[in-house]
Design a binder for this molecule. Structure first.
Ligand code: NAD
Ligand code: NAI
Ligand code: ISE
Length: 337
């Protein structure tokens, strides 16, 4: 039977996800939409020919009898209340990252889910579904380079809008590395340190860019990540794991190698939507399939809480300039692997 999905938050990625479910994926249909910007949502519904019902508030959408599952792509600060409403209604929900914008609200989501007695939440950390990261994990698990010792990463965006300010480089951007590296290394973090780089002239007024985050894991693995969101030259995601006898690199996206006019070159992607386009498809198809079986097979509410708590420690480390321990609530047996 087709899964009937309601989308809350129809901005950039909410529209993208709705269209990929409508046009590309199987086993699901978009039946309902909500966004605080109602006019834009009606316009999207018309131009995309989704023929969904547009709701004026998210509570009515969640409780609608013909909505089986929810896709949450509103902005981060709205996620917590909307997730709690989905859990209260007993409905499965795919929530874009970050699951919540604080550790405290993340824990409230975890506690509500445990109370409900059933896993309902999956968080949109799509890199776990990317073929390149999956290949890298397979290499590490095979022991090809020995034990991992260090990881060097970069998360570069060509530019960000004026509304992207303050610590969003951590809470909105670095949060992807927080999740994917924990999954890749099968390890948790114990401390964080953040140092600011020399400020780029291309960083807009509300932003200090670039910054560097240093994480230590419970096994003692050291991770450094450059976050540079006005780098201009492309959307560039790098990850190199250094092991005892070798180094393993995240594969670059396929691109035709050119030898032309005295230069050898390959293209660098510029748009985040394109860089992980296949991963979004796999992520949502797997979510639809698992939801129909009554399961959650992707990043859970615990993973979402872990990411928010780590991001919060990084923000504290940035402002205090200290090495901040990462302390979490006890993991409920409910989430044991
Ligand atoms: P966006 O600003 O384009 O869209 C957000 C939409 O949410 C807007 O249309 C806004 O009107 C709506 N909205 C805000 N508050 C709402 C509320 N309370 N109820 C209903 N709708 C509400 O942002 P975006 O780029 O689409 O990002 C949305 C989410 O997706 C964010 O959590 C973001 O971090 C995440 N995101 C993830 C990725 C990824 O790679 N996984 C990429 C981009 C964005
Ligand atoms: P956006 O700003 O384009 O869209 C957000 C939408 O949410 C807007 O349309 C806004 O009107 C709506 N909205 C805000 N508050 C709302 C509320 N209370 N109820 C209903 N709608 C509300 O933002 P974007 O880029 O689409 O990001 C949305 C989410 O997706 C964020 O959590 C973001 O972090 C995440 N995201 C994830 C990406 C990924 O790679 N996984 C990439 C980009 C965004
Ligand atoms: C955006 O919200 C994303 O999730 C992208 O993947 C990330 O690269 C970007 O920096 C964020 O703003």
């Amino acid at each position: 039977m087709e899964l009937r999905i309601g989308v809350i938050g129809c901005g950039a990625i909410g529209q993208d996800h709705a269209l990929r479910i409508h046009r590309k994926l199987s086993g699901a249909r978009i039946v309902a939409l909500n966004d605080i910007n109602l006019a834009a949502t009606h316009a999207f519904n018309d131009t995309s020919r989704l023929d969904a019902k547009v709701y004026e508030n998210y509570q009515d959408l969640i409780n609608a009898s013909d909505v089986d599952a929810l896709l949450l792509a509103s902005w981060g600060p709205a996620h917590a209340d909307q997730l709690l409403a989905c859990i209260a209604a007993g409905k499965p929900v795919f929530c874009e990252k970050p699951m919540t914008t604080s550790a405290e609200s993340g824990l409230r989501v975890v506690e509500a889910e445990v109370q409900a007695g059933k896993k309902l939440v999956q968080v949109g950390f799509m890199r776990r579904f990317d073929a390149g990261y999956r290949a890298l994990k397979k290499t590490l698990n095979a022991g090809t380079i020995g034990d991992a010792l260090m990881v060097h990463c970069a998360h570069r965006n060509p530019s960000v809008p004026e509304m992207y300010v303050g610590d969003m480089c951590i809470t909105d951007t670095f949060v992807h590395e927080i999740d994917v590296l924990r999954w890749l290394l099968d390890d948790d973090y114990v401390s964080a340190q953040v140092v600011e780089g020399r400020k780029s002239r291309n960083a807009h007024a509300g932003l200090h860019d670039p910054v560097m985050v240093l994480l230590e894991t419970s096994k003692g693995i050291r991770i450094d990540t450059e976050i540079f969101v006005s780098c201009r030259f492309g959307y560039d995601i790098q990850c190199q794991v250094v092991g005892e006898i070798g180094a393993a690199f995240l594969p670059e996206p396929a691109s035709v190698a050119l030898r032309l006019e005295g230069r050898a070159s390959t293209a660098i992607q510029t748009d985040w939507k394109q860089r992980f386009i296949d991963a979004y498809d796999v992520e949502l198809q797997e979510w639809i399939d698992a939801t129909q079986r009554g399961q959650v097979n992707g990043p859970t509410a615990w993973d979402g809480y872990f990411a928010s708590a780590t991001a919060e420690a990084c923000v504290e480390a940035r402002h205090s300039k200290a090495i901040v321990p990462i302390r979490l609530a006890e993991r409920p047996a409910f989430y044991s692997k």
